[in-house]
Design a protein around this ligand. Sequence first.
Ligand SMILES: Nc1ncnc2c1ncn2[C@@H]1O[C@H](COP(=O)(O)OP(=O)(O)O)[C@@H](O)[C@H]1O
Ligand SMILES: CC(C)(COP(=O)(O)O)[C@@H](O)C(=O)O
Length: 310
Amino acid sequence: MSRQRATAFAPGHVTAFFSAHPNERPAAAGSRGAGLTLSDGVTVRVSAPGERAASDLTAGLSGAVTTIDGEPGTIGAVDEVLAVLGVAAADGSPPNAGAASRPTVTVDVETDIPIGAGFGVSGAAALGTALAANEAFDRGRSENELIRIAHEAEVSRGTGLGDVVAQARGGIPIRVEPGAPGFGALDGVPSQARVEYVTFGELSTEAVLSGDTTALSAAGERALDRLREDPRLPTLMTAAREFAADADLLVPEVAEAIDAVADATGEAAMAMLGRTVFALGTGLSDAGYDPAVCQTHPSGARLVDGEREP
Ligand SMILES: Nc1ncnc2c1ncn2[C@@H]1O[C@H](COP(=O)(O)OP(=O)(O)O)[C@@H](O)[C@H]1O
Ligand SMILES: CC(C)(COP(=O)(O)O)[C@@H](O)C(=O)O
């Protein structure tokens, strides 16, 4: 019998540079590029309604109750994953049309990182939901199948292209070819680092991805060629800065912070797509900022023992 509840962690992912590769099939769509996965990320707890007090079960959108850091909230890619795994409907209607919308599942998302600021929270939440729902409701899918389901959900909702495959891998992923397992191909920079970051606000991923991405993608391809010739972290950071400038995505607060870190002889770049600057080592604190601090994540998204969480 399934346990009816499970918890998964998926790391945050800051994209350093990327090119967009749309495709009619969401599994084949994605991005090429590189970034850092982070020990700061998203913890997703999926449980049957009986696990929660009835008074919590009021926001029954799509047959699922989702909370984000304890507040009712919605992440489209999460709803999509639940629908594909057959544990809730994705179209906003309760699973038993006409019946009082008793949720079939509750999803509690706890995030260490800001939403909408370039950390791939939607991808992490989708991937964590896929891993935890599969375990909680004994869906019998393999890891690659679950990564594909989360990737397809993220791509079809327009909230990301390459975060899910990167978050499944961990480390410092290079997305060599776009798409889910079976379509895409991954490599990585064999390194690890302390990472500091400061967020100045959100940048809509949907808005950038739905616009003309031709110039952005050309800049992303150049950056990727450069990193593949020299797969080292300093090269990734240089390529990221050039990408942000060439793709015309740099925002003033981030540009100022990158310059301040460079003046303090550090390495910083902009997190795509957010008003966020990230730096290696103590780059931002040396430059006088008060950053959040984490590490690159060694191993990627995993089920965790929810009972042991604080
Ligand atoms: N408070 C919030 N601010 C921004 N997005 C939110 C919030 N709550 C839920 N969301 C959802 O989270 C997702 C954020 O996706 P995206 O903009 O790609 O950001 P991220 O870089 O964190 O993945 C969207 O699906 C959005 O609808
Ligand atoms: C850069 C982005 C397209 C969006 O990233 P985020 O805003 O963090 O969802 C990412 O998914 C990628 O393909 O690299």
